[in-house]
Design a binder for this molecule. Sequence first.
Ligand code: ZN
Length: 118
Amino acid sequence: MASAPWVPIRTCIGCRRRLPKPQLIVIKLNEGRFEVYPPGTKLPGRSLYLCPRADCLDKLRRRKKVVFKAQPPGRSIIPLSSEAGRELLAKLARLIERLGPPDENRLAGPGQARRGEM
Ligand SMILES: [Zn+2]
């Protein structure tokens, strides 16, 4: 009973669902540029999160902007039409493609998918 591990919950900026942080893509804003990291990456400081799903990327695209509750000065609002915003969408698309659909990841464990499929 006491052994249920505590998992931090974060909100996906696409679908706005609240999900365990280790399942979400990590987005950092670094000197005006976005960096994206695979789910489970641990980084210090503020981040935004997105489900690794093309769906959520589409939803994010429709939001037109990204709001970073940044450091002490308050908020940074970055329009997705800006250079940084477009770069973010491109990076997310590439990362999501690389990760593949979440369900497939679960079925094809490490080493399983590649074995004897020639
Ligand atoms: Zn989502």
